[in-house]
Design a protein around this ligand. Structure first.
Ligand code: COA
Length: 168
């Protein structure tokens, strides 16, 4: 397992055909391939108007996530995936917080997502609350709809990193 304390991490949006190839490949390998899903099943209708975030470790794409708007007030995060061997070292957290920051910049007050049961502790740690059962993916993976109020999060933690919410 790589020692992330020694690695140089870079967090930024995905750009260009080469990076998008690596991005969709990582998404497919982590979120689709283990359930025998075809290539391109890792994409949906919102790719063109979403924010695609990546975290590189020494030049290698190690984690990804995506944000799109459901409405003026609500953003949705999908396709969070950290490369095997890089998990539980804070990369998912960095991506999630950066996507939330972008949600703030877009003026939304709530972020929603459909969490795999196995990932719920990760989202709960970051203030997401489960709202309702969202069904089975690939007839196997239990999902729960979760939500986080960015406004409430900022109110209850005024010392949180600066964001447009400080203007509220
Ligand atoms: C879920 C995922 C994105 C989290 O990314 P990550 O880089 O591993 O998460 P972090 O290291 O930032 O975790 C932060 C905290 O969340 C919690 N957490 C993360 N993964 C967890 C898990 N599998 N079980 C329990 N708690 C977990 C822990 O409290 C962790 O802190 P700790 O390691 O100090 O205990 C990543 O593990 C992943 O890609 N999983 C497989 C794909 C997936 O399920 N994606 C989500 C689809 S909804």
């Amino acid at each position: 397992m790589p020692d992330l304390a020694q690695l140089k991490l870079e967090l930024r949006e995905i750009h260009g055909a080469h990076e998008f190839t690596a991005y969709y490949d990582l998404r497919w390998r982590v979120l689709r391939e283990p359930w025998m899903q075809a290539r391109e099943s890792e994409r949906d209708q919102r790719e063109s108007d979403a924010i695609h975030m990546g975290c590189w470790a020494e030049g290698r794409l190690a984690g990804i996530g995506r944000l799109h708007l459901n409405s003026k007030f609500e953003a949705q995060i999908r396709f969070m995936a950290v490369e095997s061997g890089f998990d539980r070292q804070g990369i998912g957290t960095q991506i999630l917080l950066e996507l939330e920051r972008h949600a703030c910049l877009k003026g939304t007050l709530t972020v929603v997502l459909d969490a795999r049961k196995s990932a719920m502790p990760f989202y709960e740690k970051h203030g997401y609350k489960s709202i309702s059962y969202a069904g089975l993916l690939f007839d196997q993976i239990e999902h729960w709809k979760m939500s986080k109020s960015l406004y409430e999060a900022k109110k209850s933690n005024p010392g949180a990193p600066a964001s447009p919410l400080t203007l509220l």
